[in-house]
Design a protein around this ligand. Structure first.
Ligand SMILES: Nc1ncnc2c1ncn2[C@@H]1O[C@H](COP(=O)(O)OP(=O)(O)O)[C@@H](O)[C@H]1O
Ligand SMILES: [Mg+2]
Length: 412
């Protein structure tokens, strides 16, 4: 009976965020067996009793912080839509609990539930329905009208939302006059106009062609940040997941196989299923300098003697070293050639031999930005933090290995 529960006891690796942000959604051991009577067999491990049918969603637990962009990813049939619909009570859970803004949703009365659906949460589907005979404005105002907002106010707020999504002036048009991408923008405008804090989105961009899709992703990210919305976004496309998600939850056969940031999933896929997904990803745009950097082999201080530094570089088989101040900021670079000159001239001051022959990037720089910078100097590319301190280096070989995904990638 535990066949559906072969994961460790807590599949979402508690505390993986360490972030103390307020919680928007808390899902605990949520299970759905289609055809099974709801709210029976609350105990874990009894979730696969629905006439032998495997659960569509099996014992899933996770927490979404307020303002987080949370992505649910997995192949078709992995239970993403079912899970998303349970968040909105479009699908009744077989067991488990769901809390939204600290309130147990199963305890809400009908009126409260309606309010939750109309005000707090808005759902955008892949092929979401626009009313063909109503104007774009009326379509965008739909959620507000449902809530009883009067026509004038609803129209005004709809117009604002249309402007935000780049559809200013289209309010009087009919949906049939819009392109597919524009119609999907109306869906976003409707979600925005509704004022809902939580947006549930089920593959909303899957039907769009790639360029429009990218625009919509950018627009959504911007809206989510500017308007502080919490987004739960379902997709089967890992590139989309990586672009959008603060965190990504990977599902398979109704279960959570991994939950983490894009870089975490990419650098440490939990199993072959995830690794398979990850193999398609453009690693150079997802991985950052910070995820692949190494410890610098040699660094030096200005008060050292040239031969000391030259010895250390020689021992490490390097071609040069970064010279750092006492806070770890880069003062310059000493190449072996310069150091050899210094020794030759019996010079005691390193400062006279410093050069600026190096390149540096912030730890958040995507690998694609590093390609033109590595291998050009005697020292490897420097990675610096916000304060300009040297936190690591990226040798050319490390960059190539990371992009090619050979097992040279460091774990730390
Ligand atoms: N209304 C339903 N009745 C019975 N089975 C369903 C229903 N909806 C989904 N399922 C089944 O649940 C599983 C998960 O489906 P779904 O949540 O739609 O996955 P996804 O969105 O990841 O493609 C599938 O096996 C699907 O056939
Ligand atoms: Mg689906």
């Amino acid at each position: 009976m535990t066949t559906s529960l072969e994961l460790p006891a807590d599949p979402v690796a508690a505390g993986e965020t360490g972030v103390a942000a307020p919680v928007a959604i808390e899902v605990s051991h949520l299970t759905k067996v289609f055809g099974a009577p709801a709210r029976r067999g609350l105990g874990r491990g009894r979730s696969d009793t629905g006439g032998g049918k495997p659960p569509a969603v099996a014992d899933v637990s996770f927490t979404v912080a307020k303002g987080e962009f949370f992505v649910i990813m997995g192949l078709s049939g992995s239970g993403k839509s079912t899970l998303l619909r349970m968040l909105n009570k479009l699908v009744e859970p077989t067991s488990g609990t769901l809390t939204i803004d600290g309130r147990d949703v199963s305890r809400l009365r009908d009126g409260e539930l309606r309010e939750l659906r109309n005000k707090k949460i808005n759902m955008v589907f892949q092929h979401f329905a626009l009313f063909p005979h109503r104007t774009v404005r009326d379509n965008a105002a739909y959620a507000l009208r449902l809530r009883g907002v009067n026509q004038n106010e609803a129209a005004q707020r709809a117009d604002e939302a249309l402007k935000t999504v780049g559809l200013e002036g289209w309010g009087d048009s009919l949906p049939g006059e819009l392109s597919g991408g524009m119609r999907q923008r109306v869906g976003l405008a409707r979600a925005l106009a509704s004022g809902a804090d939580i947006l549930l989105m089920d593959e909303p961009f899957s039907a769009l062609d790639p360029l429009i899709r990218r625009d919509m992703q950018d627009l959504l990210l911007q809206l989510q940040r500017d308007h502080q919305r919490t987004v739960v976004f379902v997709t089967h496309d890992l590139n989309e997941a990586m672009r959008l998600g603060d965190r990504i939850m990977v599902m398979r056969n109704g279960k959570v196989v991994q939950l983490g940031t894009g870089a975490e999933i990419l650098s440490m896929p939990a199993d072959d299923y995830v690794a398979d997904f990850v193999s398609d990803v453009d690693r150079s745009r997802v991985l950052t300098a910070g995820t692949i950097m190494r410890q610098p082999l040699v660094t030096a201080r200005l008060d050292e003697r040239p031969e000391q530094v030259l010895d250390r570089i020689g021992a490490a088989e390097g071609l040069g070293a970064y010279v750092l101040d006492e806070d770890g900021r880069i003062l310059g670079v000493l190449s072996n050639d310069r150091l050899a000159d210094a020794v030759h001239q019996r010079s005691t001051s390193l400062a006279d031999h410093l050069t600026d022959q190096y390149a540096s990037v912030p730890d958040s720089a995507p690998l694609v930005d590093l390609c033109s910078l590595v291998g050009r100097h005697s020292v490897p590319l420097a990675v610096t933090d916000d304060a300009g301190r040297l936190v690591g280096v990226v040798p050319r070989a490390a960059l190539l290995a990371a992009i090619a995904n050979t097992e040279e990638a460091p774990r730390a």
